[in-house]
Design a protein around this ligand. Structure first.
Ligand code: KIV
Length: 287
């Protein structure tokens, strides 16, 4: 498949061809996404939780995200590769944001970076990074990095004030120069109200059909433990399948059924004799 470009993504939007995005955090996941033919791969800071076991996305560092993104880059050929800029890596100044974005392009090889929010500060960060020649994907609605300020991990745009904020921030992100945006956990009617004013592809997650969809890979594979958000659909039971396979291996090791003869190497008589002699000599030396 040819490499996905921003021009092609814009065409897909114009032709109402749904854009498929999925998250990935390592080489095998990137290969699987690539083989499945997705259009965009996101190295989300959700990896903090689903891959690294932190209790929140704000815990992950730039170095950790660069390691994840580099592995995904090595497994990605045609998909457009986006990586989240983690919390704390852009908050100080526009200059800090540009420096961080440059690291993701140079060290991890991403096509674009994603950042959360659309207030004045975040719009300024988007403008600065775009001015440095790096495409930026925006992210409005529920923005997990600042969930505490939003009243927790909950749907946005459900009150008059919140709906106005979602629309204002989506427009601001576009005006700042974002090449696309994710809208997360916002009622479909609110997204539909702003969509006609947007010229860039809008990827929804719990935000109605939009121009495309993104899901966290572990959620769709059925790896995530416990409750997931209402917008998640499971397409597999990989978590259960993994546990069953590991439990079967453990049982066979404990019963002696594994390794069977076919999982063991054989040696010629001479090698066996030599090994026995050497072991015998060693046991004599140790007496
Ligand atoms: O971090 C992430 O995985 C994301 C998606 C949920 C859009 O930002």
């Amino acid at each position: 498949m040819p490499k996905m470009t921003l021009t092609r993504l814009a065409e897909m939007r114009a032709q109402r061809e749904p854009i498929v995005m999925v998250t990935a955090y390592d080489y095998p996941e990137a290969r699987a996404a690539e083989r499945a033919g997705v259009d965009m791969v996101l190295v989300g800071d959700s990896g903090a939780q689903v891959k690294l076991g932190y209790d929140s996305t704000v815990r992950v560092s730039v170095d950790e995200m660069i390691m994840l993104a580099s592995a995904v880059h090595r497994g990605t050929e045609s998909a457009f590769l986006v990586c989240d800029l983690p919390f704390g890596s852009i908050e100080v100044s526009d200059a800090q944001a540009v420096e961080t974005a440059v690291r993701f392009v140079r060290e991890a090889g991403v096509d674009a970076v994603k950042l959360e929010g659309g207030n004045e500060t975040k719009s300024s960060r988007i403008r600065a990074i775009v001015a440095a020649g790096i495409p930026v994907v925006g992210h409005v609605g529920l923005t997990p990095q600042t969930a505490t300020a939003l009243g927790g991990l909950r749907a946005q745009g459900r009150t008059e004030e919140s709906a106005r904020r979602v629309v204002r921030e989506a427009l601001a992100v576009q005006e700042a120069g974002a090449c696309a945006m994710v809208i997360e956990a916002v009622p479909t009617e609110i997204v539909d109200a702003v969509l006609p004013q947007l010229r860039v592809p809008v990827i929804g997650i719990g935000a109605g059909p939009s121009d495309g969809q993104v899901l966290v890979l572990q959620d769709l594979l059925g790896v995530t433990e416990g409750r997931t958000a209402a917008f998640v659909k499971r397409y597999g039971s990989i978590g259960e399948a993994s546990t069953e396979a590991i439990a079967a291996y453990a049982a066979e090791v404990r019963s002696g059924a594994f390794p069977a003869a076919e999982h063991q190497y054989g040696a010629g008589e001479e090698a066996v004799r030599a090994a026995r002699e050497a072991a015998g000599a060693a046991s004599g030396e140790n007496d």
